[in-house]
Design a protein around this ligand. Structure first.
Ligand SMILES: NC(=O)c1ccc[n+]([C@@H]2O[C@H](COP(=O)([O-])OP(=O)(O)OC[C@H]3O[C@@H](n4cnc5c(N)ncnc54)[C@H](OP(=O)(O)O)[C@@H]3O)[C@@H](O)[C@H]2O)c1
Length: 511
């Protein structure tokens, strides 16, 4: 099978997923609830437009925006155009794309509005031949997911139509705010939709390097025999953001870093790094292996929490010589807020492969750089025969899977420095994705997979519930820390987090 992205001068073999290349996406209507919002303008429409530009959307597709704002097709299109950051030469394509965008005003709790939506979709289906296939995208505040899901069921839009059209629903994070609410949300959604129809999106999973973790581990002989407690000292996972909460304080105050980053993105990176090889590369088998990792995480205990959890919140300071507000001073934030904007967690996976290996996971806002990576630190060699010549220290091998800003793989090892003298140096083998062919943005890829009915890049219900089960005690620990005001450590803006975590951040995450 020939690869569409195959570089002209590829020296080695390239093989592609035969199922995907062979199958064009099926016609469909995409309904975005919350179409007047931030996510739609910043992520969804640009992602759909990118797919449209490279002919990856079905020939027969439409996008229908639905939200309370009093818009019509024309004003919706004008609004999309206002926010559209086009590239030179895109204008004609953008106009053709807009012709496929429609709008239905809808009050999320009004049953009659869903009937109107159904009728409009029926009429559009006749004109645009969308074959009755529907993707519902919930780009609305999580509190109203159950409401919309129920109304779709009651309006008869959640089940496959007599004509055979399929129906799918995409749910944005957060999937609940703890185990109890996640279970309740799953239960409510299952009243109208089957698990097979639900796509819980985590765009991190669609990033090239994230997808590559499994290929690196399981398509090479080299790494897997070493990928265990016998050879690995520790694993570090970092997702650092430079920005503060910006305009999303309302959401963040209620969520904090554990709900915003750990329950979803960080846990997925952990699972990909730690899971066993599935028997085949199919979504249900991959999901099963990830869930086994989540089940094996040693439960968090209150004993010695300082060794396992460091929480922080950004304070006031200066950024580029201008005053920068503390988190507590941000608009919409409670001035006494104890919401953590930084966390560093040390956890252990209690299974044969990982027993005793610490996993350090850190994420925070307003840190020194925007950076995401996985660091795999191998153990030092058992015997150092050069010690009399070169001294005592020899750095152990380290593998870095860079996710942002550079999608890259770097392996460090020791080599002789060329010359007559015996000198050793650490060198790096370096693979950079940006040198390769065009890659799709993570949202575009996830949306395309949803249209293709592929669950690989989405969360299953089991995974969501298992991760909350592990994180619930940490969340209650956060509130206790905050309440006492003792354990929430403040940090300078554009630093690498609170002083308490700095040594870990430097040694383990190499910041
Ligand atoms: N924005 C992001 O970067 C981002 C990233 C990851 C996940 N998410 C998730 O994606 C979803 C949408 O995010 P967003 O940032 O686009 O949200 P948003 O802008 O706050 O809200 C989206 C739309 O929902 C409607 N809405 C807002 N508050 C409402 C309320 N209390 N009751 C009923 N309707 C309300 C509004 O439309 P109308 O008033 O016109 O109905 C609004 O335009 C959320 O679940 C969020 O957690 C967002």
């Amino acid at each position: 099978m020939e690869c569409e992205n195959k570089p002209a001068n590829a020296e080695f073999s390239v093989s592609c997923d035969r199922r995907k290349s062979a199958r064009p996406p099926e016609p469909c209507a995409i309904v975005i609830f919350g179409a007047s919002g931030d996510l739609t303008a910043r992520k969804l429409i640009p992602a759909f437009f990118d797919l449209f530009k490279i002919d990856r959307l079905p020939d027969d597709f439409i996008i229908v925006g639905a939200s309370r704002s009093p818009l019509n097709d024309d004003t919706f299109r004008a609004r999309l155009t206002d926010k559209h950051q086009g590239e030179p030469g895109d204008d004609d394509k953008w106009q053709s794309f807009l012709e496929r965008c429609f709008y239905v005003p809808l009050d999320y709790d009004k049953a009659a509005d869903y009937v109107t939506l159904r009728q409009r979709l029926g009429a559009l289906d006749k004109t645009y031949n969308t074959a009755g296939n529907l993707v519902f995208y919930l780009a609305i505040p999580p509190g109203i997911y159950p409401l919309v899901s129920r109304h779709l069921g009651e309006a008869g839009m959640s089940r496959e139509s007599a004509g055979g059209g399929w129906v799918r629903i995409v749910v944005e994070k957060p999937f609940g705010r703890d185990l109890a609410s996640a279970r309740e949300l799953n239960h409510t959604m299952h009243e109208s939709f089957s698990e097979e129809q639900i796509f819980r999106i985590d765009h991190y999973l669609a990033k090239e390097t994230v997808q590559n973790v499994l290929m690196l581990r399981f398509a090479n002989t080299l790494f897997e025999p070493l990928w265990n407690r016998n050879y690995i000292e520790y694993v570090g996972i970092l997702a650092a953001e430079k920005l503060g909460v910006e305009h999303r304080a309302g959401y963040y105050e209620d969520s904090g870093v554990i709900r915003d980053m750990f329950q979803n993105h960080m846990m997925q990176l952990l699972a990909l790094t730690a899971m066993e090889a599935p028997s085949v590369f199919e979504a249900p088998r991959v999901h099963e292996e990830k869930v086994k990792v989540f089940r094996s995480i040693k439960p968090f205990t209150e004993a010695r929490p300082a060794e396992n959890l460091i929480l922080g919140q950004y304070g006031a300071g200066k950024i580029d010589n201008a005053a920068a507000a503390a988190y507590r001073q941000e608009p919409g934030v409670d001035p006494g807020s104890n919401t953590p904007t930084f966390a560093m967690l040390r956890l252990f996976i209690d299974n044969w492969r990982w027993r005793g290996v610490p996993f350090y996971i850190a994420s925070g806002k307003r840190l020194a750089e925007k950076k995401t990576k996985i660091v795999v630190q191998f153990k030092a060699i058992p015997h150092y025969m050069f010690r009399y010549l070169l001294g005592d220290e020899i750095p152990a091998n380290r593998l870095i899977l860079g996710i942002y800003p550079r999608e890259e793989i770097k392996l460090s090892f020791q080599a002789k420095l060329p010359g007559t003298q015996l000198c050793m140096q650490t060198v790096k083998m370096d693979f950079q994705y940006q040198n390769r062919a065009h890659t799709l943005d993570a949202y575009s890829r996830s949306l395309l997979d949803c249209i293709n009915g592929d669950h690989m890049l989405f969360w299953g219900q089991d995974g969501v519930e298992q991760t909350w089960k592990y994180l619930d005690p940490i969340l209650s620990s956060c509130s206790q820390y905050g309440g006492e005001g003792r354990r929430l450590n403040f940090y300078e803006p554009r630093s690498w987090g609170p002083d308490e975590s700095l040594a870990w951040m430097r040694r383990i995450l190499n910041v």
